[in-house]
Design a protein around this ligand. Structure first.
Ligand SMILES: [Zn+2]
Length: 179
C-alpha cells in the first residue's frame, strides 16, 4: 500500500516540476510515513538537523479515502519544489491548492470547493491571479535562478516581475495552512 502511495507522490512531484519548475534535487524523497500524526498531512524532514531528506506524513484514516489522499499528496508535492522546515508563503500555498484541484476528479473538486477553508480560497485566488500575470513558462524561468519560494522577497518581486509593493508583499506573506 505505501509503495503505491510513494509512487503516486513521485508522479505528482514530477508533474508539479513540469508546471512550476524543478525541485531542489539535493533533497531525497524518502518513503511516506503513515500513522497517528496529529498535525498530518504535513511535509516531514526525517533527519531535520543532519540530512537532506523529506517526505509526507499522512494520517492513517486518509488511506480509506483515495480522492482525499490524492488531493493531500498533490498539495504536498508542490512543497517538494522548495524544501524548508518553515511555513510556506502565500504564492507557494496557492500553487499547491491549485495543483491539488487540477489533479482531482471533477466531483471531488466540486465537493472541496463548497467547503474550502477561507485561507485555502484566498491562496487559490491569489495563485490564479498570479498565473495570469506570470504565465507558467515565465515562472519556471524565474525559478531557475530563484528556486525557493520562501527565499523570495517583496523587493525581488517588485524589481524582477514588476509587481507593486502590496502585491509582492502578499505573495511573500507566510501563511498557516496546516498542510
Ligand atoms: Zn501547503
Amino acid at each position: 500500500m505505501t509503495a503505491a502511495i510513494d509512487h503516486q507522490l513521485k508522479m505528482f512531484i514530477s508533474r508539479a516540476e513540469k508546471l512550476f519548475g524543478a525541485r531542489d534535487s539535493g533533497f531525497d524523497v524518502t518513503p511516506v510515513e503513515v500513522g497517528a500524526f496529529d498535525d498530518a498531512p504535513i511535509i516531514w524532514y526525517p533527519t531535520k538537523h543532519a540530512g537532506r531528506q523529506m517526505t509526507v506524513r499522512l494520517k492513517r484514516e486518509v488511506l480509506q479515502f483515495p480522492h482525499q489522499l490524492r488531493y493531500q499528496l498533490a498539495h504536498e508535492a508542490v512543497h517538494f519544489l522548495s524544501p524548508a522546515p518553515v511555513r510556506a508563503p502565500l504564492i507557494e500555498e496557492g500553487l499547491a491548492v491549485w495543483f491539488s484541484l487540477q489533479v482531482s476528479k471533477p466531483f471531488y473538486v466540486a465537493e472541496t470547493s463548497k467547503q474550502m477553508p477561507v485561507n485555502y480560497r484566498r491562496a487559490l485566488e491569489f495563485a490564479l491571479h498570479f498565473m495570469k500575470r506570470i504565465p507558467l513558462p515565465r515562472l519556471r524561468e524565474y525559478r531557475v535562478s530563484n528556486p525557493a519560494f520562501h527565499a523570495w522577497t517583496p523587493e525581488m518581486l517588485v524589481a524582477d516581475l514588476g509587481f507593486d509593493t502590496n502585491y509582492a508583499t502578499e505573495a511573500c506573506t507566510i501563511v498557516d495552512m496546516r498542510i
